[in-house]
Ligand binder design. Structure first.
Ligand code: ATP
Ligand code: MG
Length: 465
């Protein structure tokens, strides 16, 4: 079975022959057409995973063909790459408007072309995988992701769930810490028990204490009745301590004692009560740094951090972005009764290039906004750019992480910029160097130093030094 079926439309028989040979060798099923009419016939007969259209064809225009492909229900979402030997800006703009994935300059660079085809097909596959993954993740709180780090996290969650040890979930805001905490509970033998949550940042010290441990009637003004605290109520289940880094120092020592003794005393009471409560804590603070500044007790940190789980920021696992975007699109479409709305690949690429300082939550909100605001049934790159903060340019905020050396942060930022630029230019070094106004030799050096690319991929490119 071929990896995927491609349709190549070009007026030059030599190009058709070369592409058919090259792409077949790569394991693709390839059909070719020398003009618009034959292409249309082929498109009626079977569905293609990807199309490559030349602009000038003997019996018409490749852009008109693209427009027709977009209009037909069967092919509206088929990814299309345009190629041309003398592309005008107008043609490129029109192609982008019509949802072409990219505009490739002729003469064709085979390596760059193959990378582009692979990338386009991978985006397509993400949709199918999103569905499969969702089916597989029901019951774990729908943790979506296909990056290596998310796969690892999934394994760690499963392992952590089996034990009763304390877990500390760390990660920037909006990375999914609460979702992970719920998944741990749901996959644990305590799943049938209660899951209680306390946000340590939202309450003053005195209130945290009575929330956690409960109080007896008359313990303080307003305490008219006896009340059980979250520790007691979560016995046999899990207590999720959110924003634990914001817990006042006085409360920290009380919490530590409870974790050691596994028993509590209600405020104003003198009876000790045994509890069997599993604690999962979360924070977006740098707790190690906080212990060094004596803002967080080191012994409590050790108690909570028996099993550490770190969720990387979204910009460090960009492959998850298309999958998550489709997931949230589906949720928002249902909620807003827009069942026909879709997102095209150019829009997904635009999303994947953005830095998401607010991480997954920001992506989720963005998709909700797009579903509500996009009048058409297809969300395109322009719609995405209009919704991103700062208009079109992705902002590089949220790069600062306490404790990470400046040198490392700069290197990360450089890697992101180069990856974005290379993706944007279909992996072509010459075009990337032009787009960044950078000497080509300098770009090679940078790319290699950042481990982005061991060697040059442009066949026609030999300016090095
Ligand atoms: N991997 C994921 N798959 C699906 N949804 C996710 C994922 N990660 C996060 N979300 C969603 O993103 C939103 C934010 O997640 P969550 O509230 O768990 O983040 P958080 O790390 O606790 O953020 P904060 O630090 O701001 O409290 C939620 O709507 C959550 O369902
Ligand atoms: Mg949270």
């Amino acid at each position: 079975m071929p990896r995927a079926h491609l349709l190549v439309v070009d007026d030059e028989p030599a190009i058709l022959t070369t592409l058919q040979k090259t792409l077949s060798l790569e394991g693709y099923g390839v059909d070719v057409a020398g003009g618009v009419r034959i292409a249309e016939e082929k498109l009626k007969k079977r569905s293609y995973d990807l199309c490559l259209f030349d602009v000038s064809l003997p019996d018409g225009d490749g852009l008109d063909l693209l427009a027709k492909v977009r209009e037909s229900k069967e092919t509206a979402l088929t990814p299309v790459l345009m190629m041309s030997g003398h592309a005008t800006i107008d043609a490129a703009v029109r192609a982008t408007r019509l949802g072409a994935l990219n505009f490739i300059e002729k003469p064709l660079n085979t390596d760059a072309l193959l990378i582009m085809i692979e990338t386009a097909l991978r985006l397509e596959r993400a949709e199918a995988e999103a569905k499969a993954l969702r089916a597989a993740t029901v019951g774990t709180g729908e943790l979506v992701g296909e990056s290596e780090s998310m796969r690892k996290l999934g394994e760690q969650i499963a392992r952590a769930a089996k034990s009763a040890a304390s877990v500390l979930v760390t990660g920037e805001r909006g990375t999914g810490k609460e979702l992970v905490a719920r998944a741990i509970h749901q996959l644990s033998p305590r799943a049938k028990g209660p899951l209680e949550k306390l946000n340590c940042a939202a309450l003053p010290s005195e209130l945290i204490e009575s929330e956690l441990f409960g109080h007896e009637a008359g313990a303080f003004t307003g305490a008219t009745k006896q009340r059980r605290g979250k520790f007691e109520r979560a016995s046999g289940g899990t207590l999720f301590l959110d924003e634990v880094g914001d817990m006042p120092l006085g409360m920290q020592s009380k919490l530590l004692r409870v974790l050691q003794e596994r028993e509590i005393e209600r405020v104003g009471g003198n009876e000790t009560i045994k509890v069997d409560t599993r604690v999962v804590a979360a924070t977006n603070r740098d707790l190690v740094g906080a212990t060094e500044k004596d803002l967080f007790r080191a012994d409590l940190y050790d108690r909570l951090n028996v099993v550490p789980l770190h969720i990387p920021p979204l910009r460090a696992r960009r492959v998850d972005i298309p999958l998550l975007a489709k997931h949230f699109l589906e949720l928002a479409a249902k909620a807003n009764d827009r069942r026909n709305i879709r997102i095209d690949d150019t829009a997904l690429l635009a999303l994947a290039a953005y830095s998401f300082p607010g991480n997954v939550r920001e992506l989720r909100n963005l998709l909700e906004r797009l579903v509500i605001l996009t009048p058409d049934d297809v969300i395109k790159a322009d719609d995405v750019r209009a919704c991103l903060p700062g208009g079109s340019a992705p902002k590089a905020t949220g790069l600062y992480r306490p404790g990470v050396p400046f040198r490392v942060l700069v290197e990360e930022a450089e890697r992101t910029i180069l990856t974005d630029a290379l993706t944007h230019n279909g992996g072509q070094m010459a075009a990337t160097a032009r787009g960044l106004d950078l000497e080509r030799s300098h770009l090679y050096k940078k790319a290699r130093a950042l481990g982005l690319r061991g060697e040059k991929a442009d066949g026609d490119d030999d300016a090095e030094g």
